[in-house]
Ligand binder design. Structure first.
Ligand code: GDP
Length: 573
């Protein structure tokens, strides 16, 4: 008969991890806390570590009973060396405390059966009352079931619990919005107008604090806006692995139409799979021409409802505050269709939006809580930085004690300044936070030694062969629109069964930092015709490990991509 590692650990008054280390010292390898040990081994360990028998008498007896009923004396393996990789029985997860009724359902027994057992243990509880883990576990063991304490969850490589949310724990959460568009089309004005229509902030005195994000309330529902407009901010977050935007507002000036950065914004939002709502701005201008803008949008792959598409377009004037309410309502509508959900009842996780070193307050970061609830006093890990939340301030400048899903808060109490785009997690204790940060730092060091695996023409064939690349994303920039179109068409035709060639963005003009970040975020290569990147852009491409190639002749670019797909590309020297 066998004893689970975590059970023995508990009896020995140590953590499973400590026990596993101790076992390793004794040359006994076990995989995890659920691994089974021969009873003899357990006894030897107990003797070694002098357990206070009095405490555990009862449990041991319970276990003996179970053992008799269970696997009939498989006294086979040697006591000193046990290795069991698979769990022979799926363990029942039992939390710290559980309602009798729920426990009965969980183990598939009737409430009266449970209550009888409880009485046998001298515990008197009704169907709606809570019982402790120890009591529940001993009853389950008595029924011959394996049990596991609910807090002993799977951990990710950094030791952070990644507990998948159960559907019933998920609650609706507000949407997080980024505003994008061409320069001077009114992104900043629109954000200001939105903040001004917000009744709650006006009532609160209207003094907003710049923390990197702001919130408005419409019909009793919250909407969160990221304060830094533009697709550059959006994509640099994404390049760091953070996806925080649910909806992109594309601001297009009705008197100017679709411009180069409008096109970029469209490509960036599409590459991220984020739905777009068009805010047709400056409709107060006498030369506003909404129809022309709608036409241009359709030519660029954004088909608005009027045109038979599914993109909502709202005419607004950020300057006069017109149409803003309508825009906000449309945001809620699109958000509703997305069914955005999160679990407020667990430790918080999310993304760092901004961070800086404040002379008087120390490291300050604005984070977006994306799941769970963050509380003052929580230990957290943000990227390679740890800390304990000393205070939280919201966008209205108020000190708050807790922040639920889709809330941006400025936090104090970090040991150092994290980076924008870093992921953060609240963890159970300070000690754990420190350990995780150690592991992360080691991992980051290791990663900087091993080159990151971004796609390049050189190793494209290998990746295709290994089935790692199904789509080759390309960004095309050229001096004239004609070349962009010609290259797009020819490249797309190279698609075969193994790999689809996709031009995720094409545009006229030189290669920009924003192109590189889009390539980095979308694992794309960048091809330029008769355009030369600046040295800043070239070095950014190097840093981001983005394959950037420039050509003078279209044919050569097509030939290179084709050769790369077949594994016949001549290496570059
Ligand atoms: P951004 O570069 O996209 O952030 O654009 P801004 O918000 O800075 O706006 C650029 C200019 O357009 C400013 O002079 C604004 O006053 C003006 N502007 C913005 N929205 C409107 C609008 O709805 N109507 C008019 N007439 N002007 C606007």
């Amino acid at each position: 008969s066998k004893v689970r590692v975590y059970q023995l650990a508990k009896e020995l008054g140590m953590s499973s991890k400590e026990l596993i280390n101790k076992l390793a010292e004794l040359d006994i390898t076990v995989t995890n806390h659920m691994s089974a040990l021969e009873e003899e081994t357990a006894d030897i360990l107990k003797e070694l570590y002098e357990v206070k028998r009095e405490d555990t008498n009862e449990k041991t007896e319970n276990k003996k009973k179970t053992n008799k009923k269970g696997s009939k004396n498989k006294k086979t393996k040697e006591a000193s060396k046990i290795e069991e990789k698979e769990h022979d029985q799926e363990a029942i997860m039992i939390p710290e405390t559980i309602v009798v009724q729920e426990f009965a359902n969980k183990i598939g027994k009737s409430v009266s059966e449970i209550i009888t057992k409880l009485i046998g243990l001298g515990v008197f509880a009704s169907a709606n009352q809570n019982i402790d883990y120890d009591v529940a576990a001993s009853i389950a063991l008595d029924f011959g079931m394996a049990v596991q304490k609910e807090e002993e969850k799977e951990e990710d490589e950094f030791g952070i619990e990644e507990i998948p949310d159960r559907p019933e724990d998920l609650k609706e959460r507000p949407p997080v919005i980024t505003v994008m568009g061409h320069v001077d089309h009114g992104k900043t004005s629109l954000l200001d107008a939105i903040r001004n229509t917000n009744v709650t902030s006006r009532e609160a005195g209207g003094i907003t604090q710049h923390i990197g994000a702001s919130e408005v309330e419409v019909n009793g529902k919250r909407i969160v806006f990221l304060d830094t407009p533009g697709h550059e901010a959006f994509t640099s977050m994404r390049a760091r692995g953070a996806s925080i935007t649910d909806i992109a507002i594309l601001v297009v000036a009705a008197d100017d139409g679709v411009m180069p950065q409008t096109k970029e914004a469209i490509s960036h939002a599409k590459a991220a799979g984020v739905p777009i709502i068009v805010a047709l701005n400056k409709i107060d201008r006498p030369n506003a021409n909404p129809d022309r803008v709608k036409q241009e949008l359709s030519e660029n792959g954004v088909l608005i409802e009027e045109w038979g598409g599914d993109t909502i377009c709202v005419p607004v004037s950020a300057l006069k505050g017109e149409g803003i309410d309508n825009l906000l309502e449309m945001i809620l509508l699109v958000a509703e269709m997305q069914e955005l959900k999160a679990n407020p009842n667990k430790l918080a996780s999310g993304t760092v939006i901004e961070a800086k070193l404040d002379k008087s307050r120390g490291p300050v970061a604005t984070i977006l809580v994306q799941n769970g609830t963050l509380k003052v006093g929580d230990s957290i890990v943000a990227g390679a930085v740890y800390g304990r939340i000393r205070a939280m301030v919201n966008d209205k400048g108020n000190n708050i004690k807790k922040a639920g899903p889709a809330t941006a808060v400025e936090i104090l109490g970090l040991s150092d300044v994290p980076e924008a785009g870093d992921r953060f997690n609240a963890v159970k204790e300070d000690k754990l936070a420190r350990q995780i940060v150690e592991k992360r730092r080691a991992k980051i060091r290791e990663e900087s030694l091993n080159a990151t695996a971004k796609v390049s023409l050189e190793d494209l064939f290998k990746h295709i062969q290994e089935g790692e690349v199904k789509e080759l994303n390309i960004i095309v920039k050229a001096d004239v629109q004609g070349s962009v179109e010609a290259v797009k068409q020819s490249l797309m035709k190279l698609s075969n069964e193994e790999v689809k060639v996709k031009v995720i963005h094409g545009g006229v003009g030189t290669i920009t930092e924003s192109d590189i970040m889009l390539a980095s975020a979308s694992n794309a290569i960048v091809i330029g015709f008769n355009v030369r990147p600046s040295s800043t852009v070239s070095s950014l491409a190097k840093r981001e490990d983005v394959d950037l190639r420039t050509y003078r002749i279209i044919y050569e670019a097509i030939a290179d991509v084709e050769a790369a797909m077949k594994g016949m590309l001549e290496p570059e020297y």
